[in-house]
Write a protein that binds this ligand. Structure first.
Ligand code: C5P
Length: 270
């Protein structure tokens, strides 16, 4: 059997573009494009190679990032589904796309922190890497023009972004995701410093449920090697610390998503 080549891992952009052009685009975000799905109530989520930071002030295209995030998000969402944490994920379709349940996104970024880092360190003057007394959950209002400001449950209730019952469910989902992700990472020598999730609303008849939506990937988590403290997440891009695909490939390799021999070149196994 011939060895996989770079072209196998990253389908030709021209070919991909012509296939994508035939579908109805619903929304294009910074890192993903959403297309109408094949069945009612479904959406195709396409992972781009675009990387942005600081509310899109810093931008680049990182060859292979979308392929890695598609595969890693599939891995985490599948695990969550298996332990009974509901997510929007249905199945991966190909290297860059996954089929997900259409849902109404709650306009909040839900951040869970185990160690101080990033904006929490800046805001409160706590050294990066300080272990927090317990996981701390923060909410930001999803609005790029405002820079996703931090909000309290008072704002959320007063402006009707989510009900008190929703907030109870969101907190419980966020902490379950934290326990699952922390354990998965600890098993492969990685510290889950913090992460962000988004929550979707789905309706089964009159009954409303909240599920984990969007993506879970090194774009939305802080992941540090337990031994060396090496950063294996989007801070590599934000802070110019080296190759982002090398960092994400290392996470994928440790989790068994990439074959062990292949660290630098992300040839993905199915
Ligand atoms: O920047 P900050 O320290 O608030 O980020 C906390 C966590 O949330 C980090 O893991 C970061 O990658 C993630 N995040 C995100 N999308 C945002 C803001 C933060 O994925 N818009």
């Amino acid at each position: 059997m011939r060895a996989p080549t770079r072209r196998d891992s990253f389908p030709r952009p021209g070919l991909e573009r012509s296939l994508m052009a035939r579908r109805k685009k619903i929304y294009e975000g910074k890192a993903k494009i959403l297309y109408e799905g094949p069945e009612p109530g479904t959406i195709v989520q396409y992972f781009k190679d675009d990387a942005t930071a600081f509310n899109a002030e810093k931008k680049d295209v990182i060859d292979g990032k979308g392929v890695l995030n598609n595969r890693l998000s599939e891995f985490f969402m599948t695990g969550l589904n298996q332990i009974g944490v509901p997510t929007h994920f249905i199945r991966r379709l190909n290297m860059r796309e996954q089929l997900v349940r259409n849902c109404e996104i709650v306009p909040l970024e839900v951040i869970v922190r185990n160690y101080a880092a990033g904006t929490m360190s800046k805001r409160l003057g706590i050294a990066e890497g300080t272990q927090l007394p317990r996981p701390i959950v923060e909410y930001c209002y999803k609005d790029d023009a405002l820079g996703d400001p931090l909000v309290t449950e008072e704002h959320i209730a007063a402006f009707g972004w989510a009900s008190q019952q929703d907030m109870d469910d969101i907190l419980s989902l966020a902490l379950r995701v934290n326990d699952f992700m922390s354990g998965m990472m600890l098993a492969v020598g990685i510290r889950l410093v913090d992460f962000k999730i988004e929550i979707g609303r789905v309706f089964d008849g009159d009954f409303q449920r909240l599920i984990v939506a969007d993506e879970i990937s090194p774009d939305s988590c802080r992941l540090w090697d337990i031994e060396t403290g090496q950063k294996l997440d989007k801070d590599v891009f934000r802070r110019d610390l080296g190759s982002l695909t090398d960092a994400y490939s290392e996470v994928a390799r440790r989790l068994g998503v990439l074959p062990k021999s292949n660290v630098a070149k992300p040839t993905l196994i199915n």
